[in-house]
Design a protein around this ligand. Structure first.
Ligand SMILES: [Zn+2]
Length: 141
């Protein structure tokens, strides 16, 4: 079973989805391509909040949510919004680290980031496919 080491399904999906379909079926809605990136960033930067602590739409979102874009990668289980918990780690540093280590980041499944200028308190990572070749695509939310 391909599962991230450091994250539970409750951190990765909207609780109402888990309640509706159960944990196993919710795992099935997540694209496993991005799991290595979650563990990689967790090991480099320490604990990362996704859902929990008041957040519930930072991972897999309901198709009918009004949060974010209608075609958000979150609805396909292909995106997470990361909030570092360790003091001294900010999202800009994580963003720059990913771009500095672009090939490694892509090996861990990242294909897309949202421009950190638009999301100063979280980092959106995604494995949504694109056709820009061997580069991470930077998008505006
Ligand atoms: Zn996001």
């Amino acid at each position: 079973m391909n599962r991230p080491r450091y994250f539970t399904i409750h951190e990765l999906a909207d609780p109402s989805i888990i309640k509706e379909v159960g944990e196993e079926a919710t795992w099935g809605q997540l694209d496993p391509q991005l799991f290595p990136a979650l563990d990689w960033l967790r090991e480099v930067f320490g604990p990362l909040r996704i859902n929990g602590g008041g957040y519930k739409e930072s991972g897999l979102r309901r198709k009918d949510t009004k949060t974010g874009s209608p075609r958000s990668a979150h609805k396909a289980g292909q995106a997470y919004d990361l909030k570092p918990l360790n003091k001294g780690v900010d999202v800009k540093a994580m963003y720059n680290y990913i771009l500095t280590n672009e090939a490694e980041a892509m090996r861990h499944g990242i294909t897309e980031l949202e421009n950190i200028i638009d999301t100063p308190t979280w980092l959106h990572i995604s494995c949504r496919p694109h056709t820009l070749g061997n580069r991470i695509r930077i998008v505006r939310p």
